[in-house]
Design a protein around this ligand. Sequence first.
Ligand SMILES: [Zn+2]
Length: 470
Amino acid sequence: MLRVFNTMTREKEDFHPITEGIVNMYVCGPTVYNYIHIGNARSAIAFDTIRRYFEYTGYKVNYVSNFTDVDDKIIKAAKAEGISEKELSTRFEKAFHEDTAPLNIKDATVRPLATDHIQDIIEFVKDLVAKGFAYESAGDVYFRARKFPNYGHLAHQSLDDLETGASDRIDDGELARKEDPVDFAVWKGADPEIAITWDSPWGPGRPGWHIECSVMATKYLGNTIDIHGGGQDLAFPHHTNEIAQSEAHTGQTFANYWLHNGFVTVGDDNEKMSKSLGNFVTVHDIIKEVDPQVLRLMMATTQYRRPIAYTHTALQDAENILKRLETAYRNLEFRIKSGMEVNDVELDQAVETHKMAFIEAMDDDFNVANAMSAIADFATVLNVTAEATQVSAPSAQVALQEFAAMLKVLGVEVAPTEVESDASIDELIAERDAAKATKNYQRADEIREQLRTSGIVVEDTAAGTRWHRE
Ligand SMILES: [Zn+2]
């Protein structure tokens, strides 16, 4: 039974989907005003891994994640470049796909844009006003936080604490327009400085940030969704306000499980990443230098709620692990060629045991660290099998498939090798084998080095020498 930590109750709970066999997930996506930073990638990878685990265990996952494409940051960045908001946001939507595809982050089932849903947003806000949960004030529309029962419950904040904070955070003009400092904007009236506006019953303006997620989550996934996810910094105010708006509108529970991923720190001093600290690292830049599979594995193997320290050492460790896992897979794959066509009961049993260990770990709130131990033990089984005097091809084939399926949950792809032939390389390998047979190790090493400089890696296995390109 899968158990997930629900931020709402601060407890691990049994996971029960609303509809048997289906998981409806909504994950807050990035504001598309720049290349995504490593914190955005962490969130995307954390929830992609969770999605992949559901799919591994047979669920169909409807995964909705938005792009915020109207927001003060976009308006500011577009102005600085002298281009339209649309032009700027379209550029970084495209960049998002280019940067996340190499990390094996699956595309969302639906990737809605806030600006494509302005009419839906207006209808939603009209309903909140009609129900008395929201009010118009000088062209803005605000949500009456105090009217919503349990406001702040998700982030364990009391309205009185929030009131003190709210008065410090907002400017005097906005404070004067609100009935209460804790109220928040669902619609912002036009500002003479800002060109991007839409007509509404409250005059020209644009949506507040939080409203888009309430509108798009309920539109694509229904009034109650199974899982709502996002970075832990979103619990307040963003998710707190999403809950108030959605539940005021539908009268139903918005999300059954609230999952929040931890932060990323950059460098060894564990500083929280921020632009002001000068360690704002974009994925766009990282993947020019770091193998995206290594970055993916590094991030996917930290449990989603835990912080990740993005350091050189962590990347190096992930690179070593990735190499070890790939080598285990390739060695057994190569060995199968000379395998027997009978089943190996012991190997079948070992495959089952490691699969169960993997599932048990992931069922415990996606404990990827324990899941990695199961995978590492499984890799040892593959290595031992590859070295055995006799190998069962059918059992080893199943072992490879199960091993690859586990790695796929973590976003790492090891596919069967396409048979590559190169007579000149085969000739050198044959010459090296002959040199080794006559104990001419100097010549054998020379050949290995010669191949290495042309990007060919030579592996000595029980079934003979195999080579592959780096
Ligand atoms: Zn959101």
